[in-house]
Design a protein around this ligand. Sequence first.
Ligand code: NAD
Ligand code: ZN
Length: 361
Amino acid sequence: MLRVHLKKTVDDSYNIDIGSGIVASLPSLIQKKFSPTFCVIITDSSVKKLYGKKILSLFSKIFPQTILIDFPAGEHSKSRETKSMLEDKIFNNHIGKDCLLIALGGGVVGDVTGFVAATLFRGVPFFQIPTTLLAQVDSSSGGKTAVDHPSGKNLIGAYHQPKHLCIDTDFLATLTQEEYVNGIAEIIKQALIQDKKFFLFLEREMEHLVQQNKEILHKTIVWNCKLKANIIEKDEREAGPRKILNFGHTIGHALETLSDYELRHGYAVAIGMAAESRIAYRFGWLSSENIKRIDTLLLRAQLPVRIPKNISIEKIIAKTFRDKKNRAGKVKYSLIDSIGHCKFNVEADEHIVRECLLELQ
Ligand code: NAD
Ligand code: ZN
């Protein structure tokens, strides 16, 4: 036998810049590091109305061949149809391989743009300008890109890391309070799975964070992004440790899908964390005091902890235990075993999960 060895030395390092008003200097930063001929800004209808003109003119000054494409706002646009539409528009505009995609928007825009970038010309670079708190603290980093399928969320996608993240907190000023606190769910998750000190900080400062106190907000985003980066560096493709980021998401994703996306991602994850903490309690890993603290912090963040009345427990069980992603009906949970630490690949019996869900009805 003859063997050819391929050594992989890919360096996907990138920076996350965080601050107020920093988007203004992004085009010149791009010019210094890359020299794309074409820039394609991808956004949704709501973000386009608020920021489309401003960002397009900012980029056009340095990159004359910049276009902006949008699609209807909302989770329903996270689809194969949107991906095809974007690809068609890119080709119809004679954009070549030397292009750079820019995701301007929330998690939906980021996930779809990243997936288009992953497969366009077998992969082109993309930048993230996240404009929701959820996208700033979670979805824009880590390289998970995807679209949904009627069978479930994120079922078709790829790992494709952005080249740079520009977290400009000025964008958050136009978010509704519901959209803003939606992002706090992922921040609480980050603290629960990795860092008790961060949890204590959130317990001290939650009201300030909810009120968008600039100093607390910046400190929170930086702390949170460092924690997430720490996990991604260890395990980019979720072979093991990265799975802890899924805490609250097994139940959360089921709720999101069953509500037909009426329930926002963060809200669904908040309820998912309340439910999955109770599973951990059944294992004897958390005390009832812990459960109370977690519920209280979620409620102080104006997030829900109870299952909406119109979603049946049996449907949640069916969705989680018979999901296409879960092989052979075995559901592997990521569960915290103390505040600030999380285990992964934990199997929980159906009857325990049912009992925990019933508690939250
Ligand atoms: P979203 O992208 O739908 O944005 C929510 C709403 O806010 C939209 O209507 C949008 O138009 C609007 N909006 C965005 N920025 C705004 C601004 N600055 N001012 C006013 N309105 C604004 O939803 P999201 O909560 O940002 O993201 C949820 C998505 O992220 C889900 O699809 C979820 O699966 C995904 N996600 C992905 C990852 C990942 O690692 N890739 C992680 C977490 C969540
Ligand atoms: Zn999430």
